[in-house]
Design a protein around this ligand. Sequence first.
Ligand SMILES: [Mn+2]
Length: 318
Amino acid sequence: MKLRILHHDHCFDGFASAAVFSRFFAEKIRPDAEISYTGLAHKPNQKVIEEELFDGDENAIVDFKYSPSSRLTWWFDHHQSAFLSPEDEKQYRAVEWPTKFYDPNYKSCTQFIADTVAGKYGFDLTSLRELIYWADIIDGAQYDEAKTAVELKAPALQLMLVIEASRDPAVMSRIIHGMQNESLAKIMADPMIESEFRPLYDRHVKMVDLIKEAAECSRGVIYFDLSHHDAEGYSKFIPYYLFPDCVYSVGVSLSSSRSKVSVGFNPWSLQPRRHNLASICERYNGGGHAVVGAISNRPDEIERARETAREIAAELRA
Ligand SMILES: [Mn+2]
């Protein structure tokens, strides 16, 4: 029989969820299952998950939005917004589904699947402990210190970098299969993965230097403008690694598709957060969460982005 697993793409938790579910399915449901994988990415204004993606005898979605399709046989998600429409949510909540699970209290979908299948089916998680541990750290941004998140010494965090940036299907497939039976260090030691990682890591180190050069910290707020560099996509933890005593960061960046102001609260700050960053960003037509927010505009609006960033930095310093 064929099992199709649809998982959140370019996301460590999405990959780990697919790996844990695969092991569970092969051991507890169908040992003869022939499993294939499809990565799903969020699209603006998406209304449905295309029916033709459900091409297995059984079809599972993990770490991604619900589909009311009758072809969907398994579902696990932990995202706050897990439904593409109010109708989908109503359809899901009207029934006690035996194999479709949702719990937004979980920090990672991997941990959610692990707890669910261990409890309901007695699935033995022993050999998957390392994977589950790191999925929960990464998806919940629960790093003990900025150093861990930025220096990327743990094999799990090196794999995270590859998963988020690589577009090579062979690399993706190697990782998703490796996660089921190998240690994360062993996957990283594979020359194919190592050579994919190297340039990404070099770029990451360059971003640390770039932010170090551009940033200044005063009255608890780090401010940096990267709009003269190709700096789309850097780790949001870099500013706090460079300035551990700062409370907030405000950054400006520019790519071919947008100008962007990023605002964040230092998760390792010893001082409390006194501002809701989502509310601040909403005043400039942006959004986000209380601890991290952003405002995106057209690339030609970069001067306005710089102005906005300076205003927000001044407000956070007041
Ligand atoms: Mn997740």
